[in-house]
Design a protein around this ligand. Structure first.
Ligand SMILES: Cc1cc2nc3c(=O)[nH]c(=O)nc-3n(C[C@H](O)[C@H](O)[C@H](O)COP(=O)(O)O)c2cc1C
Length: 177
């Protein structure tokens, strides 16, 4: 068989079917997911509408969730629990958004997704997060005030998002010629 030409390789990556599934309360994680989907030419879905997605229609599944109370959002946790075997039989990449830093962020990354999925993932990054104090609910404002947060925060790190995308692009399985 002839070795693949440049056009074969480009066609392969264009045809690599990817979906990005996200859990977001105030839109920051959705924006990250949509940027990633744009860059990868992928479909993106809110996890609330992902129950009936046929994951077998995709080669790579990217999951992203905001963190609340030190964990991924419950709807992402439920999705992962329900689809763990399928996720482990696909290429997968994971990301989180949140404003924790240092040890708290590391702990959060350790509990957010099951160990088997983390070990399996071709990329896993914490993007930082965003809080627009005027946009969140009164209850959330009160909770944040309890933790000493009274103003806006924007720690989203576009370099980390770029790194995540590069890791995905570099490790997507090559065609089996
Ligand atoms: C009430 C509340 C609780 C939060 N708890 C955490 C947390 O436990 N860990 C963390 O890293 N960030 C926490 N955050 C920050 C959010 O994860 C961050 O703002 C994220 O970007 C929000 O994403 P979203 O806009 O997609 O919902 C919290 C924010 C709010 C408003």
């Amino acid at each position: 068989m002839d070795p693949p030409g440049l056009y074969d390789i480009i066609a392969y990556y264009r045809d690599m079917r990817t979906c990005v599934i996200y859990a977001s309360k105030y839109g920051t994680t959705r924006e990250c997911a949509e940027r990633i989907a744009d860059e990868l030419g992928a479909d993106s879905f809110d996890v609330r509408h992902a129950r009936d997605i046929d994951l077998n229609a995709y080669d790579l599944v990217v999951l992203g969730s905001a963190c609340y109370g030190g964990m991924v959002m419950p709807r992402m946790r439920r999705f992962v629990a329900a689809h763990l075997d399928e996720l482990l039989s696909h290429q997968a990449a994971l990301f989180l958004t949140g404003v924790f830093t240092g040890v708290k962020r590391d702990l959060e990354m350790n509990v957010a997704y099951p160990p088997s999925l983390r070990a399996h993932a071709i990329a896993y990054e914490f993007f930082g997060g965003r809080i627009d104090i005027d946009q969140i609910s009164r209850l959330d404002r009160l909770a944040l005030r309890g933790w000493g947060v009274t103003g806006d925060i924007n720690s989203l790190d576009s370099r980390t998002i770029k790194l995540f995308l590069e890791k995905i692009k570099n490790s997507r399985q090559k065609p089996n010629y």
